[in-house]
Design a protein around this ligand. Structure first.
Ligand code: PGA
Length: 227
């Protein structure tokens, strides 16, 4: 099984998200069972997307979030806890994206706490790491939880830039992570497109696609090129 996560970041209105899913449902009649498609919408749209996935019968698409509170439910104004998401069937949670580290000053420990929150709610945590922070990030996460983490190698220079990360370097970094920390799987993110997805999926268990998931036709081309 190869996982393809569409990370919409802070883009799309509710109307645009609905139009995207409606077009997807109309144009994609079947998805290769070897692929698991995940949509990670902005937080305010999660409940709506959950409803549209049901009404449009998009049962092959799973729902993810781009972040979570590092704390349990409680007095943490502005944060989204796993309790707030109950009933929406959120299966995936992306953590530690370089944009969150850079613009929101997230620490390795906060990310590790988020991983624990996600796992307690039976969500699969996808921990994004750049080569420079792999070791410090992974050691912050309880070693017993490493085997339940999906680690996504996301080289900062490749994100949103169209700059291709050489596949052999992805292999090299993936091997280094696997041998040291034994995560559940290795994923990759950074300028994945219809032209490059196949080679990245040959050497990883999944990809995060942001730029090329914004436009639905573009994303459908990415899926079709995957296998
Ligand atoms: P990109 O972003 O696909 O736009 O390069 C990937 C990501 O931020 O996860």
């Amino acid at each position: 099984m190869k996982v393809i996560i569409a990370n919409w970041k802070s883009q799309k209105s509710a109307a645009e998200a609905e139009a995207w899913l409606t077009t997807f449902a109309r144009q994609v009649t079947s998805i290769d069972p070897k692929l698991q498609i995940v949509i990670a919408p902005p937080m305010p749209l999660v409940g709506l997307v959950a409803g549209w996935l049901k009404s449009l019968k998009l049962s092959q698409i799973q729902l993810g979030v781009q972040d979570l509170s590092p704390f349990p439910p409680g007095s943490y104004t502005g944060a989204t806890s796993t309790q707030n998401l109950e009933g929406f069937d959120v299966k995936w949670a992306i953590f530690g994206h370089s944009e969150r580290r850079r613009y929101f000053h997230e620490t390795h420990q906060q990310i590790a706490n988020k991983v624990e929150q996600a796992l307690q709610a039976s969500m699969s945590p996808v921990v994004c790491v750049d080569e420079a922070d792999i070791v410090s990030q992974m050691v912050a996460i309880d070693e017993k939880l490493h085997s339940r983490c999906y680690v996504a190698y996301e080289p900062v220079a490749a994100i949103g830039s169209g700059q291709q990360e050489p596949v052999d370097h992805v292999v090299q970094v993936g091997n280094a992570i696997t041998s040291q920390f034994k995560p559940r799987t290795i994923m990759y993110g950074g300028s994945v497109s219809a032209g490059s997805i196949k080679e990245y999926l040959q050497v990883t268990d999944g990809v995060i696609v942001a730029t090329h998931s914004q436009d639905v036709s573009d994303f459908i081309s990415v899926i079709h090129a995957a296998i």
